[in-house]
Design a protein around this ligand. Structure first.
Ligand code: ADP
Ligand code: MG
Length: 263
């Protein structure tokens, strides 16, 4: 837990900084395959970290473990200094907003119903739910009149914006975004990247975002974490990765993503 001591009119205020993620030596096997190998990752409150690496290297598995959806074999995960256990996993999940590739909206529910599910379950009245959806619709720049459509009547970009509203409904301190722009076409993707960056800056949440695009990782993240075969190979800024690659894998990975051919 981090304490901020802010002197204010001769009194000492103690403010808690929420939204810290601490992953300690986490490993996970599926059958005989090691999917995560001694992962240690600390993310400070209000930081945006991009998680990148080849397909199958364990990014989604790591997010699912932090989200308390699956359990690691060994190691520990702490959210705001509280260790995730089987007893508190539901409570932990409510502290975190989670968006998966293609949004994961329920197809038989309207966008509004998708957004309202958990709040309704927690007993919010419909006025409170609607005003929260309205507020978030403005934040993610979505037209209010499309809120009552089914997901199939929304574009990919609109579905992702609705998924973001759903993830933000309970005002979590942490957002886990698993390739949120993965299936979006390039023009819409560019717009969404710009809006996401604005949203991250204005909300000040802790964000762990998976992407397979190094430019996106660099644009959205304060830091980039590069994984390969279940391990974190390097963490740093895009400049660190380019100028001081930890090994030949980092060098190859960075070069492969920078090879834009003209003509
Ligand atoms: P990434 O998100 O980096 O593409 P994943 O975390 O989804 O990778 O998967 C890492 C590895 O774990 C892959 O080889 C995948 O096939 C395997 N895996 C993931 N989930 C399961 C599961 N439920 N059962 C068996 N193998 C799995
Ligand atoms: Mg994945």
């Amino acid at each position: 837990m981090v304490f901020l001591f802010i002197p204010l009119s001769n009194t000492i205020c103690i403010a808690f900084l929420h939204g810290m993620i601490s992953v300690q030596r986490v490993s996970k096997n599926y059958s005989s395959k090691q999917v995560l190998d001694q992962i240690t990752l600390e993310i400070k409150s209000a930081k945006v970290v991009s998680l990148i690496g080849p397909s199958g290297c364990g990014k989604s598995t790591l997010l699912r473990i932090i989200m308390a959806l699956i359990k690691q074999d060994t190691g520990n995960v702490f959210i705001d200094d509280e260790e995730i256990t089987s007893q508190n996993s539901l409570e932990i999940r409510r502290k975190i907003g989670y968006v998966i590739q293609k949004g994961g909206l329920f197809p038989h529910l309207t966008a509004r119903e998708n957004c309202a599910i958990t709040a309704k379950f927690l007993g919010w009245d419909s006025k409170r739910i609607d005003s929260r959806i309205q507020e978030l619709a403005d934040l993610v720049k979505i037209d209010h009149e499309i809120i009552d459509r089914l997901p199939s009547k929304l574009s990919g970009g609109q579905q992702q914006r609705i998924s973001l509203i759903r993830a933000l409904m309970l005002d979590p301190n942490i957002l886990l975004l698993d390739e949120p722009l993965g299936s979006i076409d390039p023009m819409v993707r560019y717009e969404l990247q710009t809006d996401l960056k604005e949203i991250f800056t204005s909300l000040g949440k802790t964000v762990l975002l998976v992407t397979h695009d190094l430019n996106e990782a660099a644009y959205l993240g304060d830091d980039i974490v590069l994984m390969n075969k279940g391990k974190i190979i390097q963490r740093g800024t895009i400049d660190n990765l380019i100028e001081h690659p930890a090994d030949s894998f980092v060098q190859k990975f960075v070069n492969s993503q920078r090879s834009i051919r003209v003509g």
